[in-house]
Design a protein around this ligand. Structure first.
Ligand SMILES: Nc1ncnc2c1ncn2[C@@H]1O[C@H](COP(=O)(O)OP(=O)(O)O)[C@@H](O)[C@H]1O
Ligand SMILES: [Mg+2]
Length: 343
């Protein structure tokens, strides 16, 4: 049966309101998509299906205090605590980093792919990762790579919504998120994990921060081996020491050196549609770029490509275009100046 046949079935059962057959057809499409390696599509469909079923079980009039009523409140709260639920197509090809970082990430992914081997020998599986280092160096990107390589859905947690000024609420919110994410086999991603440290600012009693750290430590302790938590931060010094120690993996991302910048340029121009007008000056611009983040360098390069295209004569759309190297250089210089102004 082809994908189209599945879609025809789904349309037919959907339009006829035949819920039972529709669900069966959707499940068949999910299985078919997994077999034909359309994993992200399968994951998304599965998630929609699960959510809809849960929602249907709890719609209609529910008695206050009944199971359905609590479930509905929980669903609403969980959605408030997450920024995004996503699947990812990213792989190692998208991430440029030092060999050590790549190795660490690869071993981590391997542990989860080969979890049955580790389980057989009763070895623990690393499942808590901290990514740290300057902004724009690929921490968020690395989390997408993990999700993409492991073919899992990921929830990006809204720490701002979780952190509450009400005593004890933050711990409760965290527990809820962990519980739901582990039952749904979602990767938990805390971006800007350091914002937990901000609790210190508005917690009237200093005990609150301690309570939250303890909650996380406990949640970490009871985290099932197959679940994954990723935290990312630009300010690792803001994170409680006891908490730091509890991560299985602590990966530092660095600003790119010259050879990494070369790789970034190759990656950014990999479709072959753009070339530099003065290839010989590229090396010296790369030298000038040292000190900037991957993000800043890539951004200026893309901006210079766009501006080079605008300078072409009207109505010409060539298959390949030259990048005005001078424009890129000026943008790099400007970027460096604004960086030293901040410092
Ligand atoms: N190491 C990297 N390799 C390739 N691209 C990168 C890298 N770091 C940053 N980028 C580019 O910059 C964007 C933003 O990076 P991001 O992962 O959000 O940085 P961070 O989370 O460390 O602040 C990425 O989507 C990517 O386009
Ligand atoms: Mg980030």
């Amino acid at each position: 049966m082809s994908q189209f046949n599945h879609i025809i079935d789904i349309a037919k059962y959907g339009l006829n309101n035949d819920q039972e057959k529709l669900l069966a057809a959707l499940n068949e499409l999910i299985e078919y998509s997994k077999k034909t390696k359309k994993i992200n599509f399968a994951l998304q469909l599965q998630s929609i299906l699960k959510e809809t079923i849960r929602h249907q079980q709890n719609t209609g009039l529910t008695k206050v205090g009944s199971d359905g009523h609590f479930q509905r409140i929980e669903d609403r709260e969980f959605n408030e605590f997450i920024i995004e639920k996503l699947t990812s197509d990213y792989s190692f090809d998208n991430l440029i980093c030092d060999v050590e970082v790549k190795n660490e990430l690869q071993y981590f992914i391997q542990e989860h792919k080969a979890s049955d081997v580790l389980n057989r020998f009763e070895l623990p599986i690393a499942n808590k990762v901290l990514l740290h280092g300057p902004s724009g160096c690929g921490k968020t990107l690395a989390s997408y790579v993990i999700a993409g390589e492991l073919e899992k859905m990921m929830v990006v947690i809204n720490l701002g919504a979780i952190v509450s000024s009400k005593l004890g609420e933050t711990s409760k919110n965290l527990s809820k998120v962990f519980k739901r994410a582990t039952t749904e086999d979602l990767i938990i991603f805390f971006d800007e994990f350091d914002s937990l440290g901000k609790i210190r600012d508005y917690a009237q009693d200093h005990g609150e921060m301690k309570r939250i750290v303890n909650t996380i430590l406990q949640l970490f302790d009871y985290l099932p081996q197959s679940s994954i938590v990723i935290a990312a931060t630009n300010q690792v010094n803001m994170i409680d020491e006891a908490l730091l120690r509890r991560f299985d993996l602590n990966i530092k991302f660095e600003l790119p050196a010259e050879d990494r910048i070369h790789e970034l340029i190759d990656l950014t121009l990999k479709n072959g549609m753009f070339q530099f007008d003065k290839p010989k000056s590229v090396n010296s611009i790369i030298k000038e770029s040292v000190g900037l983040s991957y993000y800043a360098i890539q951004k200026t390069l893309i901006t210079s490509i766009k501006r080079s295209l605008f300078s072409l004569p009207k109505n010409t759309i060539p298959a390949t275009a030259k990048i005005n190297t001078k424009i890129w250089q000026q943008l790099i210089i400007k970027e460096k100046r604004s960086l030293s102004a901040i410092k």
